[in-house]
Design a protein around this ligand. Structure first.
Ligand SMILES: NC(=O)c1ccc[n+]([C@@H]2O[C@H](COP(=O)([O-])OP(=O)(O)OC[C@H]3O[C@@H](n4cnc5c(N)ncnc54)[C@H](OP(=O)(O)O)[C@@H]3O)[C@@H](O)[C@H]2O)c1
Length: 295
């Protein structure tokens, strides 16, 4: 940690704040996954450009960065450390545990007790910190969605939290029933699931978490590897003289106060464009059109 103060730009301020763990962060954050090489594997094509995105994120006042040691693997955490450490005290870095990459870039589960601890130690080392602020337990696709199957993994994270190696636990890629079960077992700081304008399976869960004051952090807010495409989205954006991506982010900000954004980009220009989405006030007619997209 250092004494550098993060000074939020007017757009970051306009995004508002919400509780994440025991801190308040601005609702416009940054997802660092896109900083690795193609398919989130290996080094970035342009290391200097990747570092410039991180520097700019802090310069404009972003205080919440999402990462994982399996991005690269190790590449993104290494970039974050090299570019931003010693970290500003207000910066919350959130990581994920439960997966690893093989030599070909395949994503594999890594969620027995020993692997989860090893994953946490790797994050500590590569980020250069003594404690992780928030670690999301990332459940894998194809894992049985049966209630309770992941509880031994959660118990491991609780033990690691008790040891002081992480401060807060989140959960990711989890079904509503799993989120409820996890929250019954322990305090869950945030839920990070796939959600955007066109992918709204979690609508009810988001409202439930908002009632409980728990942050919901949508991954793929812009559609991820297949960016959002919709005539209605393009029409609304054109009428407001903003971009479709900005419109999609503005919709998320207006959707619920507990939504924290972590749009991913490897471009400083896109970073600025995304942050400016916080200045957009979507009128009711636009919201109506956008709400119909998922229908
Ligand atoms: N928990 C999980 O399982 C999980 C899964 C996936 C992701 N995540 C996290 O969620 C974050 C966000 O997800 P994501 O990065 O995969 O997807 P995303 O934010 O939905 O979209 C990223 C894609 O959109 C492009 N993009 C960004 N801003 C743009 C703009 N203004 N105009 C046009 N294109 C734009 C990016 O390309 P450029 O680089 O060219 O801008 C990139 O291809 C990740 O960074 C990661 O931290 C978590």
């Amino acid at each position: 940690m250092n004494n550098v103060t993060i000074t939020p730009s007017s757009s970051i301020v306009a995004s508002g704040t919400y509780t994440l763990g025991d801190r308040k962060v601005h609702r416009m954050g940054y997802g660092a996954m896109q900083l690795a090489g193609p398919h989130v594997f290996g080094p970035p094509k342009d290391r200097t450009a990747a570092q410039a995105v991180l520097q700019e994120a802090i310069a404009v006042g972003i205080d919440h960065i999402d990462t994982s040691d399996y991005y690269g693997p190790h590449v993104v955490n290494g970039l974050i450390r090299e570019t931003l450490a010693p970290y500003p005290t207000q910066l919350t870095i959130v990581t994920k545990l439960g997966a690893r990459r093989d030599d070909h870039g395949n994503w594999l589960p890594w969620n027995d007790a020993e692997s989860l601890e090893r994953g946490l130690m790797d994050n500590l080392e590569h980020l250069g910190v003594d404690q992780i602020e928030i670690a999301n337990l990332r459940l894998m696709f194809g894992e049985s969605p049966t209630e309770g199957d992941f509880i031994p993994m959660l118990e491991t994270l609780i033990k690691l939290r008790d040891k002081g190696l992480l401060r807060h636990i989140g959960i990711s890629n989890a079904l509503p029933v799993q989120v409820r079960e996890a929250r019954e077992r322990t305090e869950i700081a945030c839920v990070q699931n796939h959600y955007n304008l066109a992918h709204r399976e979690d609508d009810e869960l988001i409202d439930e978490l908002a009632q409980a004051g728990v942050a919901y952090v949508p991954f793929f807010p812009l559609g991820g590897f297949t960016p959002l495409q919709s005539d209605a989205l393009h029409e609304v954006a054109r009428d407001l003289d903003v971009s479709p991506m900005q419109t999609a982010l503005a919709w998320l900000l207006q959707r619920s106060e507990n939504i924290l954004l972590i749009p991913g980009t490897s471009s400083v220009a896109h970073l600025h464009e995304n942050i400016a989405a916080a200045d957009i006030d979507l009128p009711d007619a636009a919201l109506e059109k956008l709400n119909a997209i998922a229908g």
